[in-house]
Design a protein around this ligand. Structure first.
Ligand SMILES: *Cc1c(COP(=O)(O)O)cnc(C)c1O
Length: 335
């Protein structure tokens, strides 16, 4: 039982079948029919002109930022943004793009007054502010549609591009009970991870205009992301978006159940009302040695990421029974 992340999900039997049977070709020549089909289908499905299959969400974000921004440009983002904090500084290192991070509000949003104040005037002292990058979901929290609509207006007013790190955008769509297009409509570009709760083994998508994706395709080759018979992976990626989306609703329900049970443990502080998707964060009293507990759980066959707050992810390979089992074991190790 692996509660560390939704990236640990195993591909489904249907995915393995589709991978075995996928027609493939050299995708760098544009010859892989399964990749071409996924890219065309995904563009249409999310309401963009074009899509690009990438090896990871990190790569999709990097290509997105580099396609929006030139050397010496900057993007506005949250301090907690994955494409600022958790991608090894790729935009700065490889793109010579300056990040301008701002503190996220507790609900994951960025304050528009602070964003406005961070936009640099056209002056040779400053980097050129080009882009706002949002993330939905962010740390398991859902940005509401009204906020995204306001972000669109803000970017139009200030002539900025608007990018969405939508690694878990389907979790947001399921939590908001809307079609993914309702989220996608506000953005110039967006990414989607196929390999998290949606269970594909590898792969993400970057979507945007035809011109934008053509630029990103060249950049993908530059960073070594041009893959050959990638249809083997794209076949599983298509099933992630067609067959696995409904699973997210179960994952969210399981996360709520887990949050309620954790909130009853001594020294664990969780408000189940704040759990919107598949990630549960529990603040721990300082007397709890979560590293030792994680070691004990490991010998019970349960994996968690120790930390404070400690994060648990639910996903298709975690059942309600697994949650009961985890909580029972936690109770034992706490007493
Ligand atoms: C996981 C994640 C990514 C990166 O995806 P990888 O495929 O792990 O590189 C980007 N953004 C967010 C919000 C993520 O959760």
């Amino acid at each position: 039982m692996d509660f560390r992340s939704d990236t640990v999900t195993q591909p489904t039997q249907a995915m393995r079948q589709a991978m075995a049977n996928a027609p493939v070709g050299d995708d760098v020549y544009g010859d892989d029919p399964t990749v071409n089909e996924l890219e065309a289908w995904a563009a249409e499905r999310h309401g963009f002109e074009a899509a690009l299959f990438t090896s990871s969400g990190t790569q999709a974000n990097l290509l997105g930022l580099m396609a929006h921004c030139e050397r010496g440009d900057e993007y506005l983002c949250g301090q907690q943004a994955h494409n600022y904090k958790y991608e090894a500084g790729g935009a700065a290192v490889l793109g010579s793009i300056q990040p301008q991070p701002l503190e996220n509000n507790p609900d994951g949003t960025l304050d528009f007054d602070k964003l406005r104040a961070a936009i640099k005037p056209d002056d040779s002292h400053f980097a050129r502010t080009k882009l706002l990058s949002l993330e939905n979901t962010i740390n398991g929290k859902v940005l509401p549609l009204s906020y995204m609509a306001e972000a669109r207006e803000f970017c139009d007013h200030h002539k900025l591009g608007l990018h969405l790190d939508g690694a878990r955008a389907y979790n947001a769509a399921v939590a908001l009970n809307v079609d993914i297009k309702e989220i996608a409509q506000y953005f110039d570009s967006m990414t989607v991870c196929l390999s998290k709760g949606l269970a594909a083994p590898i792969g993400s998508l970057l979507m945007g205009s035809k011109e934008f994706i053509a630029k990103a395709r060249r950049l993908r080759k530059m960073v070594g992301g041009g893959m050959r018979q990638a249809g083997i992976l794209a076949a599983a990626g298509k099933l992630a978006l067609t067959d696995q989306v409904n699973q997210l609703e179960i994952d969210h329900k399981n996360a709520k159940t887990l949050a309620v049970k954790l909130s009853q443990l001594p020294g664990f502080h969780v408000n189940p009302d704040f759990v919107q998707t598949n990630l549960v964060f529990a603040k721990l009293d300082s007397n709890i040695d979560i590293h030792t507990i994680a070691e004990k759980l490991r010998s019970d066959g349960i994996l968690i990421s120790p930390g404070n707050p400690v994060r648990f992810a639910t996903h298709k390979d975690i059942s309600e029974n697994d949650i009961n089992h985890l909580v029972e074991k936690l109770k034992n190790h706490l007493s």
